[in-house]
Design a protein around this ligand. Structure first.
Ligand code: HEM
Length: 511
């Protein structure tokens, strides 16, 4: 009797639920589904393996979208996602769907309402404060920091010369973390020399825990997560990181007060020129309105956001460039020739004036970011029905997966050699995008990455410094299509941890 009652309630509930969403089902039925859908669960089974399998499924969805005019639907149980690779459609999606998907709530537990994953109502104000802090004039003054940290990176790599293959990851990720902490907070955490630093350990661990939560449904409800040992670890790491940043903010506020007290009224008027050597934290305090601006919690959220958004992204980018250069020695040789032209046989550290001269290196970086883009997918919510330029409609209540990975490899926009590694496709005379959204490693639209110039400068500085001292060596590719096994781990990372070997070129740098 009770069982029949439960069955009736379930049937009535399902009918009511489907009736409420009838418009969504109708619109969705007009768009082709990804292959291998199962009843009830849809394609949830294809996202249940390890992080390499999940990445392979996401790649498959992108190819299927390419073959279906740039759009397919993917049901994950009752949740509906659209995978989009058509740049014209993406342009509209990225301009109109600004709210981030609910999956990001787990990262929000670390960085709170910092710009990257904040709800739109909070994000708008945060974005206004953040963008001027990334003006080219400010960012180019950080090159000094990148250069100093790159010399340290090169010195640390010395121990690996002629020792055979090793993983680049601990080297590049500590380089980017040290650079970000120095430029964001003015703090030298020395992760490169001290890879066991509590901040670094906690940052790495908490990002792993978040990733584990995203892909394991049983870890998602807060009440259930609290019963797992990971919860305690999560909270401990969070506390360590928050305490550290709070301490930095306290010291910074005191420094700013002393500085302001010693200034005349006219000196206090806002002028970007005076921020030349300031950190992001200084800038955020002032740009948000000084004492009337961000609270300490808001500052902590923004600083943590910069740390999380700026560290692994650039490290992943660096890892792929070095791995590709090891696979394609002819390309590496051209990079080296350019470095010889710019630096001669001097072992001086790089200065900001060198960066614009490294044109070939820039093309290599851009091509690597095209094929092995660190952020391959962006997920946004569809709050209102969106009519795409292709005439199809994304219904309200669904989610949209912007496949940067797919759009970067679509032969419609990149030609039949779309999968080839060819840095010269970025030569000004050859580079002619059919649509700006067909190349967007840093996304596009109002929520794009404000750190793109910062990232390019940091990567070029580290690469040129390392490549002047060492040749990166690995298994050569026999074709123009690089084969690198990738996994999804919040970002798209090399499944082998960026294994290369090193051979010596020049004596080490004198800073
Ligand atoms: C190769 C390196 C990098 C890549 C590939 C990258 C990529 C991205 C992408 C794809 C987004 C946009 C997500 C979306 O549209 O929803 C984003 C947002 C963001 N990135 Fe980056 N990023 C990189 C480096 C950096 C660096 C170095 C910083 C700061 C130091 C940074 C700070 C941010 C911030 C604050 C946002 C959030 C913007 C907003 O929501 O308004 N990124 N990044």
């Amino acid at each position: 009797m009770i069982l029949s009652l439960i069955a009736v309630v379930l049937v009535v509930w399902t009918i009511a639920y489907r009736f409420k969403r009838r418009k969504m089902y109708k619109l969705a039925s007009l768009i082709p589904a990804a292959k291998d859908e199962l009843p009830l669960i849809g394609l949830a089974h294809s996202l249940s393996g390890n992080t390499e399998d999940i990445m392979a499924s996401l790649q498959r969805f992108s190819y299927e979208a390419m073959n279906n005019d740039g759009l397919i639907k993917v049901w994950l149980g009752h949740i509906l996602y659209f995978v989009v690779v058509n740049p014209l459609d993406l342009d509209i999606v990225l301009k109109t769907c600004l709210e981030k998907d609910d999956l990001h709530r787990f990262i929000r537990k670390i960085i709170g309402n910092g710009a990257i994953f904040a709800p739109v109502s909070i994000w708008r104000r945060r974005r206004k404060v953040l963008v001027p802090a990334f003006s080219p004039k400010i960012v180019e003054n950080f090159v000094e920091v990148f250069s100093e940290q790159s010399v340290k990176l090169t010195e640390r790599l010395e121990k690996q010369v002629n020792k055979g293959p090793f993983s680049l990851w601990p080297f590049v990720s500590t380089y980017t973390l040290d650079s970000v902490c120095d430029t964001a907070m003015g703090v030298k955490i020395n992760a490169q020399e001290n890879p066991d630093s509590p901040f670094l350990t906690c940052l790495n661990r908490i990002l792993n825990l978040v990733c584990e939560r995203i892909f394991h449904l049983w870890l998602q409800p807060d009440w259930l997560y609290k019963l797992f040992p990971q919860y305690t670890e999560h909270q401990e790491c969070l506390k360590e990181m928050h305490d550290f940043i709070d301490q930095v903010i306290k010291i910074k506020r005191a420094e700013i007060k002393i500085e302001n007290d010693s200034k005349s009224e006219t000196d206090k008027i806002y002028d970007l020129g005076q921020y030349k050597m300031k950190t992001f934290l200084d800038l955020l305090v002032t740009l948000s309105g000084g004492n009337q601006g961000y609270t300490d919690i808001e500052l902590r959220e923004e600083v943590l956001t910069l740390t999380v958004a700026g560290t692994d992204t650039s490290a992943v980018g660096l890892g792929y460039v070095l791995k590709l250069l090891a696979k394609y020695p002819d390309v590496q040789e051209k990079v080296y020739q350019e470095l010889c032209e710019v630096f001669g046989d001097s072992n001086r550290p790089l200065i900001k004036e060198d960066l614009p001269k490294l044109q070939y290196l820039e093309r290599v970086v851009k091509e690597s970011l095209r094929l092995f883009t660190p952020v391959p997918f962006i997920i946004r919510k569809v709050l209102n029905d969106i009519v795409l330029p292709s005439g199809r409609v994304l219904p309200a209540g669904s989610g949209v997966v912007v496949s940067i990975w797919g759009v970067h490899r679509d032969p419609k926009y990149w030609g039949p050699d779309a999968e080839h590694f060819d840095p010269d496709r970025f030569l000004p005379e050859r580079f002619n995008l059919a649509h700006p959204c067909s190349y967007m490693p840093f996304s596009s639209g109002p929520r794009n990455c404000p750190g793109y110039q910062y990232a390019l400068m940091s990567m070029k500085t580290a690469l040129s410094t390392v490549l002047r001292s060492y040749k990166v060596v690995g298994e050569h590719e026999t074709t123009a299509v690089p084969r690198i096994r990738v996994k999804i781990d919040i970002m798209m990372k090399d499944a082998d941890g960026y294994q290369v070997a090193l051979e010596r070129r020049l004596p080490l740098f004198k800073a």
